[in-house]
Design a protein around this ligand. Structure first.
Ligand code: NIG
Ligand code: FE
Length: 420
């Protein structure tokens, strides 16, 4: 007796499970949104009776991407800053003149909930079409209780609509708002005693994040804010050592943060401390690229020190507008010195670990969510080489098709008896 299942993807030329290794001539059996089995095509054909069969026609199957770091919800836009940077201005200089995060704060405070959702929706849809099946989104352009809650409610609304799993992070500590620049201690008090409890009370976020950077929050303040988050059940994440070695990676190690992100300027001591604490190193090469910097994060040292590395888009209105995880993989191979398989792992399993979800998604393994991408290429080398061009042929999130690049003319669906 064969076991009935919802879907069998057969004829997979090359399957990259995400974590390690690869399989050829394999199939994936899917039932109730989960992966039921992965293995040789012949073996699975004998075990299952699928309601539907998809022929991968010898192409590449990877896990859906886990984009573990985005600032997708914001009001307005900042293309003017991009043009200024390309003409020679620098990010911190623009921020000091009232641009940067604080410009987005002004525009976000003026946006209603519906406007925030409507502006973010097409960005999110493009991310899903480019293969992201789990996407983290941070608040942090409100910097007052009312606007931070509005951003988080916009994220909650997007989560309801999107086929991707959305993970929400409170980042009221993204910057010191204009009105508290004369009294930063008071803003930190508001963060810890008013905003974090209100966010936790409404169940609006799973993580708490801080921008630990020169001129923003120092290590001691970052720790205070992340401790307050932990006390309210928000797990710690940190923007660390992006523009300078500010000590953020040391804080991450000391408090056992789930991830420390950016790390362009991380020191050997930071790497050691994070490694000992098992903190995921999330690298955002799109930001380095977009800011026209040359000092990419030391991915090789992090991998060789045994850390789990994740890569993510950091999609935001200022320092990076890239939405495609494949593009980020291309940058990782070109500028971080990662091998194609390392980049795939970092974009899937690494991202899942950076969101505490490595048991649920991020690799093609029995029992995990059926989050999958079928590509129109035979292997990862062709995929990476074509990083600016390729779009997924089919994406499944929890076993449901979320995008088909050539609807009606793609991934031919046969009745089971026609075989694969
Ligand atoms: O991750 N580093 C801080 N936050 C964002 C930038 C946000 C912005 O410029 O609006 C980042 O790069
Ligand atoms: Fe960020």
């Amino acid at each position: 007796m064969k076991t009935p299942i919802d879907l069998l993807i057969g004829g997979i030329g090359k399957l990259l499970p995400g974590k390690n290794g690869s399989l050829t001539d394999s199939s994936v059996a899917i039932d109730s949104g989960k992966i039921k089995a992965v293995g040789p095509a012949k073996k699975l054909a004998g075990l299952f009776h699928p309601k539907q069969v998809v022929d991968a026609s010898g192409k590449l199957l990877t896990p859906g991407f886990v984009d573990s770091h985005t600032h997708l919800v914001f009001g307005g836009e900042r293309s003017n800053e991009f043009v200024q940077r390309c003409a020679g201005a620098d990010y911190e200089q623009i921020a000091a003149n009232g641009g940067g995060i604080r410009a987005s704060v002004r525009m976000t405070r003026e946006s209603h909930l519906d406007q925030l959702v409507e502006a973010a929706r097409p960005r999110l849809q493009r991310m899903v079409s480019s293969g992201s099946t789990t996407i983290e989104i941070k608040s942090g352009y409100g910097l007052d209780l009312e606007t931070e809650l509005r951003m988080l409610r916009a994220i909650r609304q997007l989560a309801k609509e999107s086929p991707a799993e959305i993970v929400s992070t409170f980042m009221g500590a993204h910057e010191i708002p204009e009105e508290w620049r004369h009294d930063r201690a008071e803003y930190i008090r508001i963060l810890c005693q008013e905003m974090i409890p209100a966010v936790a009370q409404e169940g609006l976020a799973e993580f708490c994040d801080v921008f630990c950077e020169r001129g923003v929050f120092d290590p001691q303040e970052s720790r205070q804010i992340l401790d307050a988050g932990s006390q309210h059940g928000l797990r710690p994440k940190i923007h660390a050592d992006e523009l300078a070695a500010s000590g953020g990676s040391l804080v991450a190690g000391e408090i056992g943060a789930v991830s420390a992100d950016h790390l362009m300027e991380i020191t050997a001591e930071g790497i050691k401390t994070m490694g000992e604490a098992g903190v995921v190193a999330t690298l955002l090469p799109g930001t380095t690229f977009y800011l026209r910097k040359s000092g990419y994060a030391p991915a090789r040292s992090l991998i060789e020190a045994g850390l789990e590395v994740a890569i993510a888009t950091d999609r935001n209105p200022g320092s990076c507008t890239i939405e495609s995880m494949l593009f980020i993989m291309g940058l990782s191979v070109m500028h971080l010195g990662m091998a194609p398989l390392e980049a795939i792992r970092a974009a899937t399993y690494g991202g899942a670990k950076a969101l505490g979800r490595e048991k649920l998604c991020g690799s093609i393994e029995e029992g995990k969510r059926a989050d999958l991408i079928l590509w129109d290429v035979p292997n990862e080398e062709v995929l990476i080489h074509e990083f600016a061009n390729q779009v997924p042929r089919t994406v499944w999130a929890s076993g449901q098709v979320t995008c088909d690049s050539i609807p009606g003319n793609n991934s031919p669906v046969h009745e089971p008896d026609q075989g694969v």
